[in-house]
Design a protein around this ligand. Sequence first.
Ligand code: SF4
Length: 414
Amino acid sequence: MMATDQGSTRKEFRSTARLKSVMAQHFHELDRAAQEGSPKIAWCTSVGPAELLRAMGFLVYFPENHGAVLGASRKAMEYIPLANALGYSPEICSYLTSDVGAYLKGETPLSRSYGLKSVPRPDVLVYNTNQCRDVQDWFHFYGREFGVPVMGITSPRGVEEVTEAHIEDVARQMKALVPALERISGNSLDMDRLREVVALSRRCSDLWKEVLETASHVPSPWTFFDHTIHMGPAVVARGTREAVDYYEELLEELKERIENGVAAVEGERHRLYWEGMPIWGKLRDLSTLFQRLRSSIVASTYCNSWIFTDFDPDDPFRSMAKAYTNIFICHAEGWKEDYIERMVRQFQIDGIIFHDARTCPNNSNTRYGMPQRLEKRLGIPCLVIHGDLNDLRCYSEEQAVTNIEAFVEQLEER
Ligand code: SF4
């Protein structure tokens, strides 16, 4: 979630220094806690109940963030076969297989970046299946390895609209985690603290939304490739003051860019939407390619996934349940198409690129006719690229570049 190997053609942000310090603080705190045995550490899925865990005094570690870093470092292909050898198929989530493989090999890119000897040992693992089932199996692997409890929330998927019944169900499951979490953390749940954390998460989410929306300006002051770097705090530090302060600073810088007419892509000619997972190991090359083609990827489903406008500190459990069930990935095709249509209008999009990620059917919206329906409905072209989030053996660069160039040519002709 924080790719750091971007190309030189990208315009760097001043706030990147602050970003690095927020991320470093996150990992150093976890490392210290792992060594001292306090505070307790909870591993959490990326759209899991992080607010509850934080409010109960846990430090929260996100294995998916680690998965993304493994992808960006292009080391994933070394690790995936080790997980395959244990019976974790090459067809399942390559975050899971690269993360498990790196663990088996006793390596982590956090050593080089932050000086950690290993990922911080969990005291408990808490998942939410709102995004997929893979996270549940991933966490159970580590539950067995470390001999610590694994617990979670089973969420509805493919919903047309989130109903009261869904919210009740998920809120009840979240509340049911509390007694066990109290035993593990040694702290009882303080509702005022929970309200405070939910308020901070809401503020972080509102700011993340606002910074992303600056890309609706023509020309856009930043692109998807910047977003994938700057989303780090929204993922790993939501619910903290540091994340809020960080996005306030970034927002100022983006406003400055707009005032000064700074374009992320010089001579921006086309504005694109990215649907699906990032191809972590190829962000630099893709960023350079789109710069060359004078095309700005101004919005994406992926980076929007950490906008949770339903958080309400006055009603923490129900609003967390609603926020985490109302995410894009939980919805049915029709809802998703309406959502993308709103994005296309808001960001003045000329074309959509769908990434069909081999090992993540959950975040690949290409397999049931959506690109074809959207082309017809919105009157703009869609391109499907075949690849993967981490496993670059599923990605043919030559073919992708040829297809993207042809796609942009098609946009030129329009
Ligand atoms: S949503 Fe996709 S990438 Fe994320 S954990 Fe699940 S399978 Fe992996």
